[in-house]
Design a protein around this ligand. Structure first.
Ligand SMILES: [Zn+2]
Length: 291
C-alpha cells in the first residue's frame, strides 16, 4: 500500500512542488485556512497565524533568515527574547530564548522546537510546524493568567546533530522541572513516542519515563493513536543525556512509516494539514495544563 500511496502523494506533491512557494513567493496548492470576515474565531485566527508563519518559514532563504523570522514574531508579540550565539567549525549559530514569568510560580518548565531545516524541501513539517506551534502557544499564554515560569527555546542546528540543544544544555544553569520538545507537528494522525536512543558507544539514553507517560495519558484522553519506538534523535536527547527531564512530541502519519515527508522535497506547504497543526498546538497546551 505504501508505495502506491506514496506515488499518488508524490505525484500530487511534485505537482504542487513545481508551484511551491519555496523561495519563489508563489501560492501553494494547499489553501490557507478560511477566516470569517466578521471576527475570526479564536481557533480560526490561531490556525491562520500558524499557517502564515509556516508560509514565511517555507519562503525563508536559509536558517539565518528563519531565525530572524522567529525573532520578528516575538518582537511583534511584545516579547523580550535573548539570543545564545555559538560557533562550530567556523560557522555561527544562534538559539533564541523567550520567557514568560509566572504570576505565582508553581512550575518551571521549558518548551522547545528547532527552527533550522535541511536543504531539501522547505522544512515546514520538520520543523517549521513545531516553531509555529511554540509561537502560537506564546501568543495565547501571554494573554492569560499563568502560574508557571515558562521558557521557550528555538534551537538552531538540530539537523547538524542536536548542536543547538547540546550547546544550550552545556551552557545553562536553568533547572527545568521538565522540557517538552516538539518536532514535526504539521501533518499526520498519530504521535511517535521514543523510549530513548542508543549512542555510538551503544549506551542507552532513556527519555524521561514519567514525561512519556504523561504524553501517553493525553493521547488516550484525546483518542490520538501513538506508536512506541526508540532511536529517534531530536532535542530532548541532549537534556536526557545530561540527566535532565525531557521528552518529545512528534507527529507522524501512522499509515506511512517514518521518515516520510521530511528531509526531502515533499516537506513543503502542500503536505501541511491545518487540523493536525491545531491539534498539535492544543496537545502542547494540554501538557501545560496537566503538568
Ligand atoms: Zn526535526
Amino acid at each position: 500500500m505504501a508505495k502506491t500511496y506514496c506515488f499518488g502523494l508524490l505525484a500530487a506533491a511534485m505537482m504542487s512542488y513545481a508551484a511551491c512557494p519555496q523561495r519563489a513567493g508563489q501560492v501553494t496548492e494547499a489553501q490557507p485556512p478560511l477566516v470569517s470576515q466578521a471576527s475570526p474565531s479564536a481557533s480560526e485566527s490561531s490556525s491562520h497565524y500558524m499557517y502564515s508563519t509556516l508560509e514565511n518559514l517555507c519562503n525563508a532563504e536559509d536558517n539565518v533568515v528563519r531565525g530572524g523570522l522567529v525573532i520578528k514574531e516575538l518582537v511583534k508579540m511584545g516579547m523580550d527574547y535573548s539570543v545564545q550565539l555559538f560557533e562550530i567549525s567556523g560557522n555561527n549559530y544562534r538559539n533564541i530564548i523567550a520567557k514568560i514569568d509566572a504570576d505565582n510560580e508553581e512550575h518551571n518548565l521549558a518548551f522547545t522546537a528547532h527552527y533550522d531545516r535541511v536543504d531539501a524541501g522547505c522544512g515546514v513539517v520538520d520543523n517549521g510546524s513545531g516553531v509555529a506551534v511554540l509561537l502560537e502557544m506564546i501568543r495565547e499564554i501571554k494573554e492569560k493568567p499563568n502560574n508557571n515560569d515558562l521558557t521557550f527555546i528555538f534551537f538552531d542546528a538540530e539537523e547538524r546533530g542536536l548542536w543547538g540543544s547540546r550547546h544550550y544544555v552545556a551552557n545553562t544553569d536553568d533547572t527545568f522541572e521538565a522540557v517538552f520538545n516538539i518536532d514535526m507537528a504539521g501533518y499526520g494522525d498519530s504521535l511517535m513516542i521514543s523510549g530513548g536512543v542508543h549512542n555510538r558507544r551503544g549506551e542507552f539514553i532513556p527519555t524521561t519515563e514519567y514525561l512519556n507517560n504523561l504524553i501517553i495519558e493525553l493521547c488516550n484522553e484525546n483518542s490520538i493513536p501513538y506508536i512506541l519506538t526508540e532511536d529517534k534523535w531530536t532535542d530532548n536527547v541532549s537534556f536526557n543525556a545530561a540527566g535532565l527531564p525531557a521528552a518529545s512530541v512528534v507527529r507522524i502519519n501512522s499509515a506511512l512509516p517514518y521518515p516520510y515527508p521530511i528531509h526531502n522535497e515533499m516537506d513543503n506547504m502542500s503536505i501541511i494539514d491545518i487540523d493536525a497543526l491545531a491539534s498539535s498546538k492544543d496537545f502542547m497546551l494540554d501538557i501545560l495544563r496537566r503538568y
